[in-house]
Design a protein around this ligand. Structure first.
Ligand code: NAD
Length: 464
């Protein structure tokens, strides 16, 4: 599985140095593979290739770009079993979930962009102006490890559909699945330089992309701290940034909700991908009249989540991605000043596992309720009425997602008052065509669907 080449200018080429990064299997703590550790010199070459390809790609009719995305989709679909297995190995997502989410979701997103590009919308006219949309230019895409292919495809497919060219740097913790995308891109015959891959660390490759004078836009998903550093780097040259950052989302269960369903789905949402999900509903807000029942139900539900080997069919919770992530999560659990309902215990044996953990009577201002933990840790908080619930839900420096459960009209009224980029009412399904992104410190800009496409476009007004 070792990969000692990087992809620049339409070819697998040798990087500037022979340095490598070891990729670990977090379920076994064994080294899975080694990949090249890119350098600033590699970024220079990749950006030059992307710049060289830009004019031609931008001038290619959108429908033709869409047809190539369709071919890329074919190649990626053929690799879907390999994608699920690879993410199972490098991240530890249980295979069943890896198939549906880690492989299935990016394929849907890619198909969506192929379809969008195949039917470009008519240009807009305002008075005597024709408003045209043009690609932003060379895009640097920097992605994290928790949905390692989805986060790459959300950027790459939208940028390519818009006519941008891309230099991609996946997370150094989960770089392997990105190679499968580049294999498929190579096979699909994307023009040379349109999509380039430089793996490596954030401090070296990520920083070189963010600060590169010839990168017109940096599209980043990851932590708020890194998003801030990238914004600073891009600000020096007034480059555009799109940031998908952290979250601390609330699941508001109103008095007239179907409590059993709201709690069960809420626990599942909080623990998806071992809680390593930026949209996870990590704060469960429950009306005082149903609070005790909800706490009991949440604890019992959490106890049904079996941790273990991601390749065992019975496993619901895989490991956390790394030793550092496990220590970070354990730190939050150890410092918690709330009533422990279940979990917190260590999981014996190899692998970076954390037991599914539920806390009740959580103070809305406490660390547990304010910080993004990124592990299987749920905090339950009580409220007195809808206004109180909205105040608690909005008491966060993040604003990414959320849930509301209750009678449809009442739930809709609460959903509208949440200061977040998305809200699901009564378990409304994730829509990969809907705009995705955050308010406040959860980010800037939107991904997915047509909103994600326009993120990679400039508008020009031509008066006549
Ligand atoms: P991270 O910010 O450490 O890393 C994300 C990416 O940025 C990686 O590719 C990394 O190599 C790179 N990077 C690190 N330092 C950099 C620098 N100085 N300059 C340029 N690039 C740099 O985040 P992570 O640890 O990979 O992911 C976990 C965090 O990401 C969580 O806190 C989570 O909230 C957040 N996240 C948010 C979303 C979202 O869509 N909103 C999705 C996933 C993860």
């Amino acid at each position: 599985m070792n990969r000692d080449k990087i992809y620049i200018g339409g070819r697998w080429v040798a990087p500037a140095t022979r340095d490598t990064i070891a990729v670990e299997n977090p379920a076994t703590e064994e080294t899975l593979a080694k990949v090249s550790a890119g350098t600033a010199e590699d970024v220079d070459r990749a950006v030059a290739a992307a710049r060289g390809a830009f004019d031609g790609w931008a001038a290619t009719p959108m429908a033709e770009r869409g047809a190539l995305l369709g071919k890329l989709h074919e190649g990626l679909s053929a690799r879907s079993a390999d994608i699920a297995r690879t993410v199972g190995l490098e991240l530890g997502t249980p295979l069943k979930i890896a198939k549906a989410v880690q492989a299935g979701l990016p394929l849907k997103v890619l198909q969506g962009y192929a379809d969008l590009a195949a039917r470009p919308v008519a240009e807009e006219t305002i008075g005597n102006s024709l408003v045209v949309r043009e690609p932003v230019g060379v895009v640097g895409a920097i992605t994290p490890w928790n949905y390692p292919l989805h986060q790459v495809v959300a950027k790459v497919a939208a940028a390519l559909a818009a006519g941008c060219t891309v230099v991609l740097k996946p997370s150094e913790l989960t770089p392997l699945v990105a190679y499968l995308l580049l294999d498929a891109a190579d096979e699909a015959g994307l023009p040379a330089g349109v999509l380039n891959l430089v793996p490596g660390t954030g401090q070296v490759v990520g920083a070189a992309i963010a600060g590169h004078p010839d990168v017109d836009m940096v599209s980043f998903t990851g932590s708020t701290a890194t998003g801030r550093a990238i914004s600073h780097a891009a600000a020096d040259r007034i480059a555009r940034v799109a940031l998908e950052l952290g979250g601390k989302s609330a699941n508001v269960i109103l008095e007239d909700a179907d409590l059993a369903r709201a709690v069960k789905v809420g626990v599942g949402n909080a623990f998806l991908n071992s809680g390593q999900t930026c949209t996870a509903w990590t704060r469960m807000l429950v009306h005082r009249s149903q609070y005790d029942a909800a706490v009991e139900l949440a604890g019992a539900t959490a106890e049904t989540y079996r941790t273990g080997d991601p390749f065992d069919e019975a496993t619901r919770l895989g490991p956390l991605v790394s030793a550092a992530q496990r220590e970070r999560v354990r730190g939050f659990i150890d410092r918690a000043d709330a009533r422990l309902v279940t979990g917190a215990a260590g999981v014996p044996g190899k692998g970076y596992f954390v037991a599914p953990t539920v806390f009740a009577d959580v103070d809305p201002d406490s660390e547990l309720a304010q910080e993004e933990i990124f592990g299987p840790v749920l905090s339950i908080i009580t409220f007195d009425d809808d206004d109180h619930a909205v105040r608690i839900a909005n008491n966060s420096r993040y604003g990414l997602a959320g849930g509301v459960w209750g009678s449809p009209e009442r739930a809709m009224a609460v959903a509208r008052r949440l200061r977040t980029g998305g809200v699901d009412i009564n378990g409304g399904a994730f829509n990969p065509q809907a705009p995705f992104g955050g308010y406040k410190q959860s980010g800037i800009g939107r991904e997915l669907g047509v909103h994600g496409l326009t993120e990679f476009q400039q508008t020009k007004a031509i008066q006549q």
